[in-house]
Design a protein around this ligand. Structure first.
Ligand SMILES: [Zn+2]
Ligand SMILES: [Zn+2]
Length: 147
């Protein structure tokens, strides 16, 4: 069941310099914090909050300032070519989805993060907090860790 109000939800976002703007419609499929090495380096952060949407929910008027990096793991990370803000993630493992950096959003996506993935390999300088979010790890970052 979809909340009738959520269908009309529009969440806007942009990069630091506002050369890249985007919109998504409706609710995200999930919001999660990823602690994998690749997200950490790409975003310069100990964890990255991602909201996952179907591609059909995602809209951009102008992609001319967007750059893409195809990673060795076949994922595509998209960022602003002017200011460098990391924005979008796509991968064959999540075909048909775009994962959007929540930090780039202006509006509330309507969901708070529920899980931490790749939570079993934190750097020594930033232990993954035990804050009640479900923690997952293992080879694909998504095996339940228990508490
Ligand atoms: Zn920018
Ligand atoms: Zn990650």
């Amino acid at each position: 069941m979809t909340d009738p109000e959520s269908v009309d939800r529009i969440v806007r976002g942009h990069c630091s310099c506002e050369a890249v703007t985007f919109r998504v419609r409706g609710e995200p499929r999930f919001v999660a914090v990823c602690h994998c090495d690749n997200c950490r380096r790409a975003h310069g952060a100990g964890g990255v909050e991602w909201a996952g949407y179907r591609e059909e929910q995602f809209e951009m008027d102008d992609e001319s300032s967007l750059s893409h990096w195809r990673t060795p793991t076949e994922a595509t990370r998209s960022f602003c070519s002017r200011c460098g803000s990391p924005l979008f993630f796509r991968a064959p493992r999540w075909a048909g989805e775009v994962h959007i950096a929540v930090a780039a959003m202006i509006d509330d996506p309507g969901k708070a993060p529920a899980v931490r993935v790749y939570a079993d390999r934190p750097p020594a300088w930033l232990p993954v907090p035990k804050d009640g979010l479900k923690r997952f790890g293992g080879h694909d970052g998504m095996q339940p860790m228990g508490e």
